[in-house]
Design a protein around this ligand. Structure first.
Ligand code: NAD
Length: 427
């Protein structure tokens, strides 16, 4: 590899580093808010970072040690809130960034939580169910004094699900000697989960996209949508938006894309993926190059797969008018400026994908009340919060003459610093 290629890759790696991306946005918003230095120091770094090395007996009798993290970025506005991911490449920098995004996300939608995130370095694809359960229970036991309904409330994230949440809930409950459903969200329905939670993030994306459409005076049935990721967020957004009349012209997955200029039949595509394991070769569309599909002409692009896909190298090639960030951190800080120059209307991640944490909040409220809401009520309350938050961010941006992402960060930072000032510094 030549020195030039290597330095280019290093700079792209740096551009995509989630913690540096989060810090860059923080600095811009703090500067615009003229936040004082002391407050910047407090809010820029996580309040608490816990690393645990957990010994686990594997099925073949060997002992392996797994490293796990829980980062609590801020608890100024309420208990920490944020998912736990299991993946071989989990890093402290990534968990830090995700924890800080949770602080800003909860503040943007004005729910009474701070921000936290967790992760365990492991490869779930080579671990048995029993091994995953033992990792989860030991990780929970190591964190026992740091989590709880009033302290820090985990949830599922990459490679964790409702079953993992049930193990965490059970382990925690065994330690405190009573059943405590509100210690985690994203639980199975029979253990205190909320109706509407699986659809919530995708539904939130649809709601804010619908609000953006109103600004442009567009109708759903003449709006072409490209979605990257056909998992929980992207798959749900596709399903709900197709049912609401949007024309989903392409779905992009890690192994290829599928395209139909007249709109894809999303339920049929979901069935095809379930049967074949891939969206490729779907009879109702044509196979398409996954990179080129991101540059298709459309009104709305929804990156809902992973971090760092819209970069200094790709932003200029996009042909959309609105980006609704279903994923966390899909756009790098450098790409923000390119999108602003292209006058693309960006609905930033800390607003666009906040539907999930909002319904997690509803789950926590219902668990603590011991009284459960029907799905219509969950969806109605979600809509109210998403629409209000969208309007607050856009109005804030117009008032301060900044783009939506900076507006969302400014609004969030301002709310968190206000709470900190009211509380004062305990010494
Ligand atoms: P998921 O694992 O259910 O789905 C991700 C999808 O993206 C999968 O279908 C996967 O095959 C696809 N994918 C992976 N790599 C890809 C690539 N290189 N190109 C195209 N497709 C690729 O995950 P999810 O829960 O839908 O989360 C997606 C993103 O949304 C993540 O950034 C996550 O942090 C964020 N998010 C999720 C929620 C939630 O409630 N699930 C809430 C807020 C934010």
């Amino acid at each position: 590899m030549s020195v030039t290629t290597q330095s280019f890759e290093n700079s792209l790696e740096r551009e995509k580093n989630p913690w540096l991306a989060a810090a860059a946005r923080f600095d811009i918003a703090a500067e615009k808010l003229k936040m004082d230095d002391g407050m910047r120091k407090v809010l820029r770094s996580p309040a608490r970072e816990i690393t645990v090395n957990i010994p686990v007996m594997l099925d073949d009798g060997r002992i392996e040690v797994f490293t796990g993290y829980r980062v609590q970025h801020s608890v100024a506005r309420g208990p920490g809130k944020g998912g736990i991911r299991y993946a071989p490449d989990v890093s402290l920098d990534e968990v830090r960034a995700l924890a800080s995004w949770m602080t800003w996300k909860c503040a943007v939608v004005n729910i009474p939580f701070g921000g936290a995130k967790g992760g365990v370095i492991c490869d779930p694809s080579i671990l048995s169910d029993f091994e995953l359960e033992r990792i989860t229970r030991r990780y929970t036991a190591e964190l026992i004094e740091f989590i709880g309904p009033e302290k820090d409330v985990p949830a599922p994230d990459m490679n964790t699900n409702d079953r993992v949440m049930a193990w965490i809930m059970d382990t925690y409950s065994m330690h405190v000697r009573h059943t405590t459903t509100a210690v985690v969200t994203g639980k199975p329905m029979d253990l205190g989960g909320s109706r509407g939670r699986p659809e919530a993030t995708g539904r939130g994306c649809m709601i804010v996209t619908g609000e953006a459409l109103k600004k442009f005076g567009w109708r759903a049935d003449s709006t072409r949508v490209v979605i990257q990721g056909f998992g929980n967020v992207g798959g749900m957004a596709a399903k709900l938006m197709a049912a609401a009349g949007f024309k989903i012209i392409a779905i992009v997955e890690y192994d290829g894309a599928i395209y139909n200029k007249n709109g894809l039949d999303i339920p049929a595509l979901a069935k095809h993926k379930k049967e074949t394991g891939s969206i490729r070769d779907f009879a109702g569309g044509e196979n398409y190059d996954k990179t080129e599909a991101m540059y298709l002409e459309c009104e709305v692009l929804i990156p809902a797969a992973m971090e760092g896909v819209i970069t200094s190298q790709t932003a200029d090639k996009l042909n959309c008018r609105i980006i609704c960030e279903g994923a966390n951190g899909p756009t790098t800080a450098i790409a923000d400026e390119i999108l602003a120059d292209k006058k693309i209307f960006v609905i930033p991640d800390i607003l666009a994908n906040a539907g999930g944490v909002t319904v997690s909040y509803f789950e926590w409220v219902q668990d603590r009340q011991g009284f459960f809401w029907n799905e219509d009520l969950v969806n109605e309350r979600l809509r109210e919060i998403m629409v209000d938050s969208f309007n607050s961010v856009v109005a804030y941006g117009e008032k301060h003459n900044v783009h939506n992402r900076t507006a969302a960060y400014m609004l969030a930072l301002d709310r968190v610093q206000f709470a900190m000032k009211l509380r004062g510094i305990y010494a």
